[in-house]
Design a protein around this ligand. Structure first.
Ligand code: MN3
Length: 222
């Protein structure tokens, strides 16, 4: 049941940085080019390097997808479990983060179609959804990520996870994610996480989120 939710990217060892569909300055003024460059080429690359190093002596796990590894942490050799949890999570979460954003459209940035209807069904309205998402992201203490996911019943759920943990092991299919580690915003926003999250709403790629929603529902009905 849960395994059919395992593929979002399906990438395997050796892991590598994705090619972004927008330049480092493409999300300005909401996220600045310098933050994007450091975040991708230093932070994200660092997680990839450590993940590859952990898996290098373990060929049995090199053909497993990143999602499989994160869903089966308890089955991994104890010596690499925490490394995969932190750095594998770091890799997956950042893949989804880059893929949750796009240059801001002219005018308001809102979901449309079936995804918009699902948000209304699950949360009452888009504004109520946004308020709950913001509350989850802004009340979290420490580093982490806030997610919009589809749960195995098909309902939308919001969760904030600690460090690089994911909700994949619960069978939740991730649609949208925001990075609330300080490295995601400190250069431009310093300690002002609310201003960063508020800016981030302008650059959500709702088309990509809608595509993942369709994929999740197809997996569920399939
Ligand atoms: Mn980050």
């Amino acid at each position: 049941m849960i395994d059919k939710y395992s593929v979002v990217y399906g990438v395997t060892y050796p892991y590598e940085l994705p090619t972004l569909s927008y330049p480092f300055n493409g999300l300005e003024p909401y996220i600045d080019a310098r933050t994007m460059e450091i975040h991708l080429t230093k932070h994200h690359q660092g997680y990839i390097n450590k993940l590859n190093a952990a898996l290098e002596p373990h060929p049995a796990y090199q053909d497993k997808s990143i999602e499989w590894l994160l869903m089966h942490l308890q089955e991994l050799p104890e010596g690499i479990r925490e490394a995969v949890r932190n750095n594998g999570g770091g890799h997956f979460d950042h893949l989804l983060f880059w893929d949750s954003m796009a240059p801001a459209p002219a005018g308001s940035n809102l979901p449309r179609g079936e995804l918009a209807q699902a948000i209304e069904r699950s949360f009452g309205s888009f504004d109520a959804f946004k308020k709950r998402f913001d509350t989850s992201a802004l009340s979290h203490v420490g580093s982490g990520w806030t997610w919009l996911c589809v749960d195995p019943s098909g309902a939308l759920e919001i969760i904030t996870t600690l460090n690089h943990d994911t909700p994949l092991h619960m069978g939740w299919y991730p649609l949208l994610i925001v990075d609330i580690w300080e490295h995601a915003y400190y250069l431009k926003y310093q300690n002002k996480r609310p201003e960063y999250v508020s800016a981030w709403w302008q650059i959500i790629d709702w088309n990509k989120v809608a595509q993942r929603y369709e994929q999740a529902m197809a997996l569920m009905l399939g």
